[in-house]
Design a protein around this ligand. Structure first.
Ligand code: NAD
Length: 360
């Protein structure tokens, strides 16, 4: 049976990196007989320009029908001044919440070939392999009420709300424990339970879920300490589970341990394992249109898609091996360039991975 994949290139560098990911996906499909069927649509600013909204109803319907979704990135200065409710990022938040994609997996793996590209000392980061599990459809990014108002004294005030229900915490905690079970069996839950009521409930529920996973060593850490530990001694972590906002920040921080945000894929899964796959980075308007963006995060997102949504571990492993071989050849986009390596553009990098995959 064929597998339907909805491709949403998005804005900025989105279309450039997506072209390379599609190239690699087509090679993988042929090589491993995956029978994928690709459909293309717009999200974010591109959707606003085409449909007048950042996520059109017909696009959402296509996303519901698809077996998996592959997304580039959204946003850019062109849409910074439009009605906030229609901004590109709103389309992204909406598709995540409408599809119930609550479980965001963000691996931060340092390819040994890139140890020099990290701003941290090689001995601190070499061998790094962390998985951040971020809650994606709750918390402060979705909480209501959120409001901006003018107080009686004429001062402007704005506030957001940070709600978490027991069931939301329980299901993301389970994802964290399940991932720990197939990795190093260590889970660190990150919160701010010394200050926030929502974090106190978070910690309580995580402790309850832990009773079903006696083999996993659970620890708790305040988010400020976690941020510090991530740069001090990141290899102490195996799996980290945390809420939407803390996960947003910590996963970007973790990405820099690996040299560049241009290397990091992510998966967002619903309760049945259906997923949307995308690089962790944004639309990088500063380098869009120049053909220099690193497509590897998007290519590695294809690998995650084949692993988690299509149970094609063999094809996923092959893509990761092809990426590793290309790095061995010394090919680097500007963001991961170091002495003695060859600088290549987006398409050259994509072509090299596709070729390495063909040759495996
Ligand atoms: P960004 O991730 O787009 O860029 C941060 C820095 O990393 C920039 O210097 C950029 O050039 C560089 N970079 C990012 N991806 C790269 C790649 N593949 N190769 C080489 N360099 C890369 O974050 P930002 O600048 O804060 O945001 C830009 C826009 O992207 C904003 O509109 C923001 O809202 C949006 N955004 C979208 C997503 C998403 O679609 N998931 C995520 C974050 C930000």
């Amino acid at each position: 049976m064929s597998k339907k994949i909805l491709i949403l290139p998005g804005d900025g560098i989105g279309p450039e990196i997506m072209a390379e990911a599609v190239k690699v996906l087509k090679v993988a499909s042929e090589k491993f007989d995956l029978g994928v069927e690709l459909e293309f649509d717009d999200l974010g600013g591109a959707a606003y320009d085409r449909y007048g909204v950042p996520l059109a109803d017909e696009t959402l319907a296509r996303a519901r029908e698809a077996d998996a979704i592959l997304l580039g990135a959204v946003g850019g200065p062109k849409w910074d001044t439009i009605d906030p409710a229609l901004r590109p990022e709103r389309g992204l938040l909406k598709i995540r919440s409408e599809l119930g994609l609550f479980g965001n997996l963000r691996p931060a793996i340092l390819y040994p070939q890139l140890a020099e590209a990290s701003t941290l000392k090689p001995e601190v980061v070499s061998g790094l392999d962390i998985l951040i599990v971020r809650e994606l459809t709750g918390g402060i990014y979705f909480g209501k009420p959120r409001e901006r108002r003018v107080l009686e004294n004429g001062e402007r005030q704005a506030y957001d709300t940070l709600p978490y229900s027991e069931s939301e915490i329980r299901r993301i905690a389970k994802v964290g424990f399940d991932m720990a079970m197939v990795r190093g069996r260590k889970l660190c839950s990150v919160d701010k339970a010394n200050v926030l009521a929502s974090s106190q409930l978070w910690r309580e529920v995580v402790e309850e879920v832990a009773r079903d996973y006696p083999e996993v060593e659970l620890s708790h850490m305040y988010v400020d300490n976690a941020a510090m530990q991530l740069v001090r001694a990141p290899k102490q972590f195996d799996v980290m589970v945390t809420d939407n906002m803390f996960g947003d920040i910590l996963s970007d921080q973790a990405s820099m341990l690996t040299g560049s945000i241009g290397m990091l894929p992510s998966a967002s899964l619903d309760i049945d394992g259906k997923g949307m796959y995308e690089p962790c980075h944004g639309s990088a308007p500063d380098i869009a249109g120049q053909g220099i963006a690193n497509p590897l995060a998007t290519i590695l997102s294809v690998s995650m898609m084949l692993r988690y949504s299509f149970a094609s571990g063999q094809a996923a492993d092959a893509i990761e091996k092809a990426v590793s071989q290309v790095l061995d050849q010394g090919l680097r986009t500007g963001d991961i360039l170091s002495d003695g390596c060859t600088r290549v553009g987006t398409a050259e990098m994509g072509n090299a991975v596709a070729q390495a995959l063909k040759n495996l």
